[in-house]
Ligand binder design. Structure first.
Ligand SMILES: Cc1cc2nc3c(=O)[nH]c(=O)nc-3n(C[C@H](O)[C@H](O)[C@H](O)COP(=O)(O)O)c2cc1C
Length: 436
């Protein structure tokens, strides 16, 4: 029944595969690559744009190279009016790219190879223009195309005139970018190059470096970790056309799988039916029912170090599934339901050294239910959310959750599901650093 599971196993447990962009015919470019043997030095792609503050990017390169970071500079055409590429080339000891049409000296498509090499992409200073391009998904030069193609975390350090910074268009772009997980190091207030005084100066270089270093260490902190993530709903058939289901869209679970994969973990995502595309760098197994989810998850559980169970698995399924569509006049008086297996409780009973994370989506007494679940299922962390709250739970892009652990509760503010995923990955990282 599970050809996809067999394929995953034939490829070796948790194969790591990257799919290249459409210009490469979606070829599988790197399959079964051992990501634990990545380059020792992290790679930062530094985008420099057309601002007076472009000269400060030279200092960033010097400081990062001193910290043993490989820095690959990408400049817009406007940036080259402010600082010459040769300066960055000398400081970074790496080729500098200023055009989509530069010859990279190999058959690689340059923006794709830069995008894939990046552990983190920092754009500093970032113009209002580049913020607008990134927010609208434009890709008309080497910098914006690389930013669109990369799966790495993007950090922006904007610098501009104070009126440009305060403009509603720029504020809207900022919000859009933040909602997609882009990290923004906000500009400082002070005297600007144009003579105005106000917000818009490039943030202090120490602050930009601190955020960049934190993201660089995050970018590979889960190398060597094998993770199983479950996501989405399960649909329990009544007949060939009807089912019992729930409102889970899979967004939170996919965000967790993607975040763990981005940080170097080998991830298998077992997903119920969703409309979401398979996350990048993750092996995705699609299932429909709770029994199928159990079978697929069991296949990979044995070798997993971490399990994050986000799936909203149906507690019940119809006892009888009709072979043909049930006609109106043949409808049964009552539906007889039987219990589905509790996949996470079974994992908890055979926990070993694993780190187990569960979710509790409730509408009343959320924290109490979460604490009970933590103990009853032998878990390490329960992410509790009240799905009746506005802007939280099923289908929303944001979530307001509480981390319930044996050490106590941690209330997080409302944040994107991507940010919740980062916080969960941070917990996993803190734990695995101790045990691996
Ligand atoms: C002297 C000068 C200084 C500029 N400083 C800034 C700036 O600090 N921030 C900004 O967003 N744009 C600034 N601009 C405008 C940008 O250079 C312009 O929008 C350009 O199209 C940006 O191109 P890029 O975003 O591709 O680098 C400045 C322009 C000039 C001529």
């Amino acid at each position: 029944m599970f050809d996809h599971v067999r394929t995953a196993l034939l490829n070796g447990f948790f194969p790591f595969a990257r799919v290249c962009c459409a210009t490469c015919d979606n070829r599988l470019m790197i399959a079964d690559t051992d990501i634990t043997s990545g380059p020792a030095r992290p790679t930062l792609v530094l985008g420099v744009t057309g601002c007076i503050a472009a000269y400060k990017a030279c200092e960033l390169v010097r400081a990062l190279v001193k910290q043993d970071v490989r820095v690959k500079v990408v400049m817009t055409q406007a940036a080259t009016r402010f600082v010459g590429p040769v300066t960055f080339r000398t400081l970074s000891d790496e080729p500098v790219t200023t055009s989509l049409w530069d010859d990279p000296g190999s058959s690689a498509v340059h923006h794709v190879s830069l995008a894939e090499e990046a552990d983190v992409m920092l754009i500093a200073p970032c113009t209002a223009n580049v913020m607008a391009k990134l927010a609208s998904g434009r890709a008309d030069d080497i910098l914006s195309t690389t930013a669109l193609a990369t799966e790495a975390t993007i950090i922006l350090a904007p610098a501009m005139n104070t009126h440009m910074w305060r403009h509603t268009a720029t504020r809207a772009n900022l919000e859009t970018l933040r909602s997609r997980g882009v990290i923004v190091v906000e500009p400082d207030a002070g005297e600007l190059a144009c003579g105005d005084v106000g917000e818009g100066r490039l943030a202090a270089l120490e602050r930009i470096l601190e955020v960049t270093q934190a993201e660089l260490s995050r970018s590979r902190d889960l190398v060597g970790v094998r993770a199983l993530v479950t996501a989405g709903p399960t649909l329990e058939p009544l007949d060939p056309v009807r089912f019992l289901g729930n409102r889970s869209t899979g967004k939170q679970g996919y965000a967790v799988a993607e975040e763990l994969g981005r940080r170097g973990a080998r991830v298998v995502l077992v997903s119920g039916p969703t409309s979401l595309p398979d996350p990048f760098g993750v092996t995705t197994i699609r299932v429909n029912t709770a029994l199928e989810m159990q079978a697929a998850a069991n296949t990979v559980y044995g070798d997993a170090d971490v399990v994050v169970s986000v799936a909203a698995v149906s507690d019940f399924r119809p006892e009888h599934v009709a072979g043909d569509k049930i006609k109106k006049d043949d409808a049964p008086e009552a539906l007889v339901l039987v219990r589905n297996p509790d996949i996470l409780a079974e994992f908890g009973a055979d926990k070993g050294e694993r780190f187990l994370v569960g979710f509790a989506a409730e509408t009343v007494d959320t924290l109490e239910h979460a604490r009970q679940k933590l103990v009853a299922k032998n878990l390490d962390l329960v992410v509790a959310n009240d799905v009746s709250e506005p802007g939280a739970g099923f289908g929303h892009d944001t979530n307001r959750v509480v981390f319930v652990t044996h050490e106590g509760d941690e209330h997080l503010s409302s944040m994107t599901k991507g940010e919740v995923a980062r916080r969960i990955a941070d917990k996993i990282s803190a734990r695995t650093r101790k045990t691996l």
